[in-house]
Design a protein around this ligand. Structure first.
Ligand code: PHE
Ligand code: ZN
Length: 881
């Protein structure tokens, strides 16, 4: 594979490219075992000061057949060509020339899913971040923008469909059973946005008229026979296009917009200009085979990729250190879209749960890195929760600081000023400083400094002076390579909640800038005096999770209970409830470890029941609140010396206690939510299903619960309810006849539907307890499983390693060994997927010593493999460091 395995790329080493490529003309002669790529590239020297510098192009596993300069065949002494590099020794002095390079590649043997590869008998490409160099020699870097014209030739019978970026120009017959199509993309783009798809696919078509009245042909391509599962994605696409016009004033810019669903894909989807390529998991859905979560994910990812057309494509990144420029911003945009399409509060709670579940452990472990990293060995390993989710939070904070109007002005300026640019984070921050007149230099640390800031808060009310005194202190823990941290600018939204649940107004606030319901922390310590408060209000802090921090708030328990019931901000109610539950669970884990009986505060059990049965609250909110913090969440809160078995015992104990204390109230709510009428994937209907399924999980722990769950499963009329029933049976009544029968019935019904079978694999991989390791290993031999398909691997092994605390962390290390075996088996075939799986071991230092030793062994076992791919080596070495 690649050479220079230990090369480190640094932000400060960035230099502009010495050459530009204004035009790229590519011809593909597609054959599975030997595809010929003819690249005719127009070069221009960009930097006169290096007039004699050679031209060096990137490659990866390429075979050069022929090279021509301005039409003339090049002799062997004029260039050097290796699989990973092409050098033209003496480019013409004029600095403007055409280089024609003919290379041969082998799509059928490409298992990395980068470059041109085969999926389901079709050809497709994946070029971000550095896959284009597996197609032809090129300046494969995001700041080299080129106008592409692409001609595709293929056997008609094998590939009736020929797609690339931009607009279709012409097509026709070639004789001998072959045909061709030509595509032209007028928008200059970096190579990572190139795409080609060829094959035999079904299509769903629609049409969209943009705000200025331009018609756009929309197409979603899927495997034949799956067209009827693409309707929801099409609907989501149309809604995304309209939303971006209405909320950001962004209009689509080509005559066509195509989406292709493929079944072998390393990530969720890819925003190639005019030709998005999707993991089919995020396109295909109907009630029979997809859950409400799948529908919501499809909506979000369709929107995300579409939104990239402006944030990513029209304005791209100067270099890969700027990845968050497109990703953080685009995640922010898709979160806002989902919030507008669904329930804002519910969306925010779900997003914050995801952030805390994925980004916080990353930021608090060995793989921590700034939102804009300064160095990397393998860029593939930086498509992380920090770049995406924390990157989105940073954009959200900019909006919190500026307010909606200035934020929109800043975005408008960003689009106007940088359209067509390969931009940087500095460019992005500057537009907001300019429109608002604010100094964001301290705020910019959010991009540059890794680690989750922690905030410690105490408050005291002085009735005589009518003052509430709030003391706030910030600190940022050290992270790898960054031992000393600087003070951050942290916007903390807050409310002072009066006895009637409404926010009270204070006369003045001193000690920090406080504006529009936001406290701006800039110093290590602030003592803030709110005056004009004769009665003591309850402090509601970090409302809406305005800043991604960990908060230690010394607060009276009565205040927490009060806020959980009465805060006007639903997010804060959820936050207050979750805090109470977390504290109880941490205490429960401690008791369980000390072999003491579990005890739960009666007021908490009562509160849970009240929320479950409160018809004034949105069903989805009640469901989210009642789906308690996961075992991984609790472990993260505990922080160190974790014994996952005691965490599991505590969480189960609390679920049982809530069910016991409230069972008589819960069952009628469960019954009242029974599926009625035809299926609709809308948020309100999904919320009712979510609440009913969450309640089932509680009720299943009571007498008759197994039978209830079995009936729930059998009578389910959609996948959401069916999968929930199966999961409750398999997890709460593992090994029983009912659970086994349900698993068999599911397999019999969906055995030939890979995406549905993924759910079946995941549910089994998540069965708590020591024996699941063996079950997972056995399932890797199941006919529906394939170690080559990323979705299968993630559904079975990925969910086991990252979602099954008791199984994965089996004290004898068998779970870690299983993961290591799978990583080692995959690491050459698909380095990217293998590396991502390996990150499941990133929190190894927070488990108790015996397990820690076993986890370390597994990591060392991987590290000892000869010829380890750069991707995996990078993750394993940083994890062990
Ligand atoms: N850029 C893609 C997205 O965020 C993610 C991706 C990265 C896909 C690398 C494939 C490879 O939408
Ligand atoms: Zn993205």
């Amino acid at each position: 594979m690649r050479q220079e395995k230990n090369r480190v790329f640094r932000l400060e080493d960035y230099r502009p490219s010495p050459f530009r490529i204004p035009e790229s003309h590519l011809t593909f002669e597609l054959e599975p075992d030997a595809t010929v790529v003819r690249a005719k590239l127009l070069f221009e020297r960009a930097d006169d000061t290096r007039a004699d510098a050679p031209l060096v192009l990137d490659g990866d596993e390429l075979e050069l057949i022929e090279a021509r300069l301005d039409g003339a065949l090049l002799g062997a002494d004029a260039f050097t060509a290796a699989p990973d590099r092409f050098e033209l020794k003496a480019p013409p002095a004029s600095g403007r020339f055409t280089l024609e390079l003919v290379t041969r590649i082998v799509p059928s043997r490409n298992t990395t899913l980068m470059g041109l590869y085969r999926s389901g008998g079709n050809y497709c490409t994946q070029c971000e971040a550095e896959g284009f160099r597996r197609i032809t020699y090129y300046l494969d870097r995001p700041d080299v923008l080129s106008v592409y014209t692409v001609r595709i030739e293929a056997k008609k019978s094998e590939a009736p469909l020929l797609l690339s970026n931009g607009n279709p120009v012409e097509n026709g017959d070639l004789g001998g059973g072959r045909h061709y199509a030509v595509w032209h993309d007028p928008f200059p783009k970096p190579s990572y946005l190139f795409a080609l798809v060829a094959g035999d696919l079904g299509v769903v078509r629609d049409r969209f008229t943009t705000m200025s009245g331009r018609p756009v042909e929309l197409g979603i391509y899927v495997e034949h026979g799956k067209e009827n599962r693409a309707g929801y994605a099409m609907d989501a696409l149309r809604r995304s296009m309209r939303w971006d016009e209405e909320v950001f004033g962004r209009e689509y810019d080509l005559d066509v917009f195509n989406i292709v669903a493929v079944s072998d894909f390393n990530m969720g989807a890819m925003e190639n200009k005019g030709l998005n390529i999707f993991n089919d998991k995020y396109v295909l859905a109907d009630e029979e085979t997809a859950t409400d979560t799948d529908f919501a994910n499809i909506e979000a990812i369709i929107a995300h990729e579409y939104f990239h057309n402006w944030t990513g494509n029209r304005i791209t990144c100067r270099d890969w250190f700027q990845l968050c420029l497109k990703e953080g911003l685009t995640v922010y945009r898709d979160h806002e879209f989902s919030a507008d399409q669904r329930s804002r509060a519910v969306e925010r709670i779900a997003d914050v749960r995801t952030l805390r579940a994925h980004q916080f452990p990353e930021d608090q472990g060995p793989l921590a890195h700034p939102v804009r990293p300064r160095r990397y060995r393998e860029i593939n390993n930086f498509y992380t929760a920090t770049v995406y989710e924390k990157g989105s939070e940073v954009v959200r904070m900019i909006r919190t600081i500026l307010g909606p109007d200035d934020f929109r002005l800043g975005m408008d300026l960003y689009f106007a000023r940088h359209d067509g640019d390969a931009a940087t984070i500095e460019d992005f921050i500057t537009v907001f400083e300019e429109v608002s007149g604010r100094d964001l230099s301290q705020f910019a640390l959010w991009y540059h400094q890794a680690g989750t800031p922690s905030i410690a808060v105490t408050s005291n009310h002085d009735p005589k002076r009518g003052e509430l005194v709030v003391e706030i202190e910030q600190s940022v823990p050290p992270t790898p390579g960054e031992t000393r941290k600087r003070l951050m600018h942290i916007p903390l939204a807050f409310g002072l909640v009066g006895t009637d649940g409404r926010d009270v107004t204070y006369r003045s606030a001193e000690g920090a800038t406080v504006e529009n319901g936001v406290i701006h922390l800039r110093k290590r310590r602030h003592v803030i005096r709110f005056s004009g408060l004769n009665e003591r209000p309850a402090l509601s802090l970090n409302r809406g999770f305005s800043a991604p921090v960990t908060l230690t708030l010394e607060q009276k328990r009565e205040d927490q209970l009060f806020l959980a019931r009465n805060d006007s901000d639903p997010f804060s109610r959820w936050q207050a409830f979750t805090k109470l539950v977390s504290d109880a669970l941490i205490d429960g884990s401690r008791r369980s470890r000390g072999q003491k009986p579990l005890e739960w505060p009666a007021d908490l059990l009562q509160l849970a029941g009240d929320i479950a049965t409160d018809g004034k609250l949105e069903a989805a909110f009640r469901a989210l609140t009642l789906s308690l913090p996961s075992e991984a969440d609790i472990a993260r809160e505990i922080g160190s010396n974790i014994d996952p078995d005691t965490v599991h015992a505590a969480r189960n104990g609390l679920v049982f206690a809530i069910a016991q204390a409230n069972g008589e109230r819960l069952a009628p709510v469960y019954d009242s939510l029974a599926d009625m009428g035809p299926f609709s994937p809308d948020a309100a209907s999904a919320g009712r299903r979510a609440l009913r399924n969450t309640l089932l999980d509680y009720l299943a722990t009571l007498p008759g619960g197994k039978e209830r769950a079995a009936a729930h499963f059998t009578s389910a009329s959609n996948m959401t309810d069916r999968a929930a029933g199966l999961s409750v049976l398999a997890h709460r009544h593992s090994g029983t006849e009912q659970a086994e029968q349900a698993l068999e019935a599911f397999e019999a019904r969906f055995g030939d539907n890979p995406l549905a079978m993924d759910k079946w694999f995941t549910i089994q991989a998540m069965v708590p307890g020591a024996s699941t390791v063996d079950r997972v290993r056995a399932l890797t031999a199941h006919p529906a499983y394939s170690g080559n398909n990323p979705n299968r691997v993630r559904a079975l092994v990925g969910s086991f390693a990252s979602g099954n605390q008791t199984g994965f962390h089996r004290p004898d290390g068998a779970g870690y060994r299983l993961l290591a075996d799978v990583v080692i088996d995959l690491q050459q075939k698909n380095p990217q997927l293998a590396a991502r799986l390996a990150t499941a071991l990133r929190s190894w230092r927070s488990v108790e010593p015996q397990r820690q030793a076993k986890a370390r062994e597994a990591l060392l076992h991987i590290a000892a493999v000869e010829n380890l791919s750069t991707d995996v080596r990078d993750i394993v070495e940083r994890t062990l460091a």
